[in-house]
Design a protein around this ligand. Structure first.
Ligand code: DNO
Length: 387
């Protein structure tokens, strides 16, 4: 039984069509109802409608990515119980439609963060990029967070002012938009909202956020068990605390803590090799070995870091992540499963014809097609050598 080759589809407005996805050779679709406001119950009719569109194209909706966790739950605010009850109802509606693998994250306010969405590689294709100096420019001069300079190395601080002074107004504006963007199609946050949230999370801190995650998981585990739903937490991307916000899913220790603190088979992990790989202390193979029994979904992507910790998203097979090692382990874990583990080529370079198109950052067709093709070949090669 091979891994389930999957593909993220943002829905009918995604510039990449279901037919494109079929041509890329994926079978499974990873999708979400991005039109539903965070925290609201996903209506059964809308889930069924999305499912029908996918099935009519000859594909299968295999993972829901994401059912966003409302900030009231993450911060355990006064409306927390209401949003927990909504979350459970959404899970019930999804299961009623046959959807049983759900991805989510517990990153405060911001989802994944990059400072540049069009980093040009030597071959002319474009990649997503994260740069600490740019992040500190945002933090110090745009967000103007109190005591922000304490969170950056001397090396970064030495460059920040000079680079900021050389930036045009348009470049500053773009940096701000990139960082505040969040998930495309779901809308980002404003500077004011971010500042407010930073204050709230300051009080919650690392331990408080861990407790809030455990509370969330405890509140939904019975529902998951009844419905046979597997929750998969997405690691922090990048795997660091940024802008003074705590992050609790960044390392092997964090992920082990998460699955042990609420020790239930439905409390699972989405192994995102690119997210984890951005920290030199993380070894994706070692992490997979430690938490593999709870991995129900994988994002396969690679990153190339420089000596200052900045990174760009590299080709799927080359970069700091030992993708062959990850695949070997994933293939072995998959063999012990009743259902194939879905994986998707996570992100891809904007290349060839896609350079002339507007697509969701990281989610153009051709770069992901290339990634999927390489990963599929890698899996097949590993399978043939182990059989
Ligand atoms: C980025 C994605 C993330 C992911 C969420 C899961 O490309 O991997 O936005 O979907 O963090 O909740």
């Amino acid at each position: 039984m091979a891994l389930l080759q999957s593909w993220r589809w943002y829905g009918p407005d995604d510039p990449v069509s279901l037919q494109d996805i079929k041509q890329a050779g994926a079978e499974g679709i990873v999708s979400a109802l991005h039109q539903v406001a965070h925290g609201e119950i996903w209506p059964i009719e809308e889930i069924l409608e999305r499912k029908k569109i996918i099935e009519e194209a000859g594909l299968k909706w295999v993972v829901v990515e994401s059912v966003p966790v409302h900030e009231e739950i993450k911060t355990k605010g006064s409306q927390c119980e209401l949003y927990l009850s909504n979350y459970r109802q959404t899970l019930q509606n999804l299961a009623a439609c046959g959807l049983q693998v759900v991805c989510y994250n517990f990153m405060p306010v911001l989802d994944w963060t990059r400072t540049k969405l069009d980093y040009v590689l030597p071959n002319g294709s474009k990649a997503l990029y994260f740069d600490w100096v740019d992040l500190s420019i945002f933090d110090l001069f745009i967000l103007k967070r109190e005591n922000a300079e304490k969170d950056y190395s001397e090396k970064v601080l030495l460059q920040v002012e000079k680079r900021f002074n050389q930036m045009t107004e348009a470049e500053v504006q773009l940096l701000k938009e990139n960082i505040l963007m969040g998930v495309p199609t779901e809308g980002g946050v404003t500077l004011e909202q971010l500042t407010e949230s930073i204050e709230i999370y300051k009080k919650i801190g690392f331990d408080g956020l861990r407790e809030n995650l455990a509370y969330f998981l405890q509140s939904i585990m019975d529902t998951c068990q009844q419905l046979n739903i597997k929750m998969t937490i997405h690691p922090d991307d990048p795997p660091y605390s940024i802008l003074g916000l705590p992050r609790i899913a960044s390392s092997k220790e964090d992920l082990l803590h998460i699955i042990e603190s609420v020790d239930h088979p439905s409390n699972g992990i989405c192994l995102c090799t690119g997210s984890l790989g951005a920290n030199p202390d993380n070894d994706a193979v070692e992490i997979l070995k430690a938490v593999g029994h709870r991995v129900y979904f994988a994002h396969l992507r690679n990153v190339q870091k420089d000596e200052n910790g900045n990174f760009y998203e590299s080709d799927h097979l080359t970069g700091d992540v030992d993708m062959a090692g990850v695949m070997k382990e994933l293939v072995a874990i998959n063999k012990q499963r009743a259902n194939s583990i879905p994986f998707r080529p996570d992100h891809g370079h904007q290349m060839l014809d896609d350079l002339n198109k507007v697509t969701n950052p990281g989610y153009s067709a051709i770069g992901r097609l290339k990634g999927l093709a390489e990963l599929r070949g890698l899996e097949m090669g590993i399978e043939s050598m182990t059989n």
